[in-house]
Design a protein around this ligand. Structure first.
Ligand code: 5AD
Ligand code: SF4
Length: 464
């Protein structure tokens, strides 16, 4: 893409006299979007944009969007209504505001966004964030820009990296993207269309990023991917590595004390990865393993390519490797054709597994996915009622899991100051928030604690 320099703001001489341009980024949806928002912020920092938390003082507003359920896209359009008003007010006092839409709504809707929301100047899909500075130069020269190519290898190659100061500011836990896209084509899901085919990032790039994070004080790294356990790549030993082997390599990096990964598909949970849960102390005992439904008929219609029993056997195998693992999952209620008996099979599966945490959703037909064209769509009333029943079971399980930690001793990674004075906040191995006394240690320390009590889903450690 051509880099066009126009206008006074693109001129470095006059830019020096101006205050730094400011960017406000709002992130919707999954952790991959949180990671991508950070990478966009990093790319823009190199281009003279300072991040701001205040939308009204932003020269550039970026909405990093999610398309997974209908409401997510609608929220973006209503936010754009508010932004239009804000842009108008800024223009009245002689300041402009550039508005960009990134993420999966950008990828899915493309040019349609410009038609529905003329306030938007730039539409940029998840695979092209490294081209953001160039795209903004084109916007400043008066163009409306739509960048929605799939060039994922290119993205991995050119991922902007944060400076050391920025890593430190972001804290002692970090995300690291190792895989993007999905080839599974579950019939309800837009991801294979918005994020494209499954692509793994090369080992050397992942190790280099992890070393940079650890070198700046990061203690816990969460590997990200839409299908993270499908990650594979050529190892430096000339062998094909899977995620299990990669985790062992990352655990060797000095300073890396804790590793996590998300989100996984049951079909890609191989023996080496399960063995890592047994043998690798740095791998935390928490696994997000979506099943979506407990009914074989619905799982088939969803094209999940596993049965409820396969999932239950897998959970048993994983617990055989690591008995204290906390299971987490995703569920969809009200998929087309779901009967009361199908739904009850989901409740049965939930009872059998016992989840420490879970996310559950009403089915939302996504245009272009096979599910949207299926027979037997259910009414909102039925979906609401099933969601409520499922959620009350899941939250009771979460509560049980939380209270079962009271009286236990384990290590907590201290992440940040607590909300109240004299407190620190950290996480248990099972990802639960833990509040400690400030005398317990420093941010970044891993401290053995005893849990005195719980409140909601938060644990409180005994005073040191
Ligand atoms: N309707 C409802 N929930 C969905 N999810 C994905 N697509 C849909 C949809 N069309 C849920 C799944 C997935 C999670 C990220 O979002 O449970 O695992
Ligand atoms: Fe979507 Fe299924 Fe791929 Fe997960 S595995 S991203 S639910 S298509």
């Amino acid at each position: 893409m051509e880099a066009i320099k126009t206008g006074p703001r693109a001129d470095p001489a006059s830019r020096a006299a101006e205050p730094a341009r400011k960017v406000f980024v709002k992130t919707y949806g999954c952790q991959m979007n949180v990671y991508d928002s950070q990478r966009m912020t990093d790319a823009l920092a190199a281009d003279g944009y300072a991040p701001t938390q205040r939308i009204d003082e932003a020269d550039l507003v970026l909405l990093n969007t999610c398309h997974i359920r209908e409401k997510a896209a609608e929220k973006v359009y209503s936010e754009l209504g508010r932004i239009r008003e804000m842009k108008r007010e800024r223009q009245l006092v002689g300041r402009d505001m550039t508005v960009g839409i990134a993420g999966c709504v950008a990828q899915a809707e493309g040019r349609e966004i410009l038609r529905r929301a003329p306030v938007v100047d730039l539409v940029i899909g998840p695979q092209t964030y490294h081209r953001l500075p160039d795209a903004l130069r084109r916007v400043r020269s008066g163009e409306k820009v739509v960048e929605t190519d799939y060039a994922i290898e290119d993205k991995f190659e050119h991922l902007p990296q944060p400076g050391r100061a920025e890593i430190i500011r972001r804290g002692v836990t970090a995300f690291l993207s190792v895989q993007e896209g999905c080839d599974k084509f579950c019939t309800f899901c837009v991801v294979p269309y918005t994020r494209g085919a499954e692509v793994s990032r090369p080992v050397a790039q992942i190790v280099a990023e992890a070393e940079r994070l650890a070198g700046a004080g990061v203690r816990e790294i969460t590997l990200l991917g839409q299908n993270v356990n499908a990650w594979h790549g050529a190892g430096p030993d000339g062998r094909e590595w899977g995620l299990g082997r990669l985790l062992f390599r990352l655990a060797e990096i000095p300073g890396v004390a804790r590793l996590r990964y998300t989100t996984s598909h049951p079909r890609d949970m191989d023996d080496a990865l399960i063995a890592a849960h047994r043998d690798l102390a740095a791998l935390m005992p928490y696994l997000h393993l979506p099943v979506q439904s407990g009914s074989d008929r619905i799982l088939k219609a969803m094209n999940r390519r596993h049965r409820a029993d396969d999932y239950l056997r897998l959970v048993e195998q994983i617990r055989g490797a690591r008995s204290d693992i906390a299971m987490s999952g995703d569920f969809i209620v009200g998929f087309p054709g779901e009967t009361e008996a199908d739904f009850e099979a989901t409740l049965g599966l939930v009872r059998e597994v016992g989840y420490a945490q879970a996310f559950s959703f009403k089915y939302s037909p996504r245009p272009g996915t096979p599910g949207a064209d299926m027979q037997g769509h259910l009414g909102e009333g039925v979906k609401d009622e099933r969601l409520q029943r499922l959620q009350s079971l899941l939250s009771a399980q979460q509560q049980d899991f939380t209270t079962s930690r009271v009286g236990m001793r384990f290590d907590v990674l201290v992440e940040k100051p607590g909300r109240l004075p004299a407190q620190l906040a950290g996480r248990s191995p099972w990802l639960q928030p833990v509040i400690l006394d400030e005398t317990a240690g420093e941010i970044g320390d891993i401290i053995p604690v005893r849990i005195a009590r719980s409140e909601g889903t938060t644990l409180f450690a005994d005073a040191a």
